[in-house]
Design a protein around this ligand. Sequence first.
Ligand code: C5P
Length: 306
Amino acid sequence: MRRSQAIRVRAHAKINISLRVLGRRPDGYHDLWTVFQSIALHDTIFVAPHDGPMEVTATDPAVPTGDANIVWRAAHAVWRASKRRGRPQGVHVHIVKRIPAGGGLGGGSSDAVATMRALDAWWRLGLDRPALGKIACGLGADVPYFLHGGTGLGLARGDLIVPLPDLAPEWLVLVMPPFTVSTAAAFQWFDSRRPARPAAARIALSVPGAAGLINDLEPVVASRHPDIARITRVLLRSGATAAAMTGSGSTVFGLFRTRAAAQRAADRLAGRGSAALVSRFVGRSAFLRASRPARVRSLPRSGRIG
Ligand code: C5P
């Protein structure tokens, strides 16, 4: 591979088909039983040569470019794993952002894994699955899922992944209200809710289908943000076979049998400050194909620097 070329990796978003909170852990996190599903909506990560210390840029000016950005932290972790000293050098990481931040769609976490894969290829490190897994676990609880994609059961902090057979493909509408929800706050709201329910006793240990969507964080988030419950109702009235909040919100999704039905619902729900878009489940093999670093001639125009 010539060094003048760039590398491109896709970073697909996820939804949580179900998210059950089993209880608090001594480390302050919560034990979860959650089913992740990757979807077609994606960011794209590019890496290209650059003189001097690593540069991180993004198409969305709201995305931080320093250590507040998980991509930046992922790049540093890969650099350290390569046993190099100091700060990452000689590379420009550019994020083409489409997944809204703070929406429960895992955009930052997926970008982090795509960056790990891109830099592993760029620096020719050959990091194996356990090494990538270790870095992913250190970056955030829902980061390791993005090493797998498809349908996956998340246990422990959500970071212990059991790949499941892909759910049948579904169309979905994502509705993004004009506010974000902090994940830490959503879990705190859950802890302070009354009455406390012994969640573990109610978990059905069956392989999930899309029919029984339950998100334990949804009632506590919806009680602070009534828009969540309103959007869920409108999705169901618009023909969704099921609808729920993803992760800690604020995005709400509805499942639809056809693309046309999904598009009609999206048209109905866009507005009032909410954005709505149609997407589709992506199975594990398509996800992993898209995660493979691909050589491209250069960064997209928007990513040029200097
Ligand atoms: O790991 P991540 O930084 O994405 O998590 C953000 C916050 O969400 C954590 O600091 C924690 O407060 C909460 N969290 C939790 N239990 C989990 C995942 C996240 O309490 N399983």
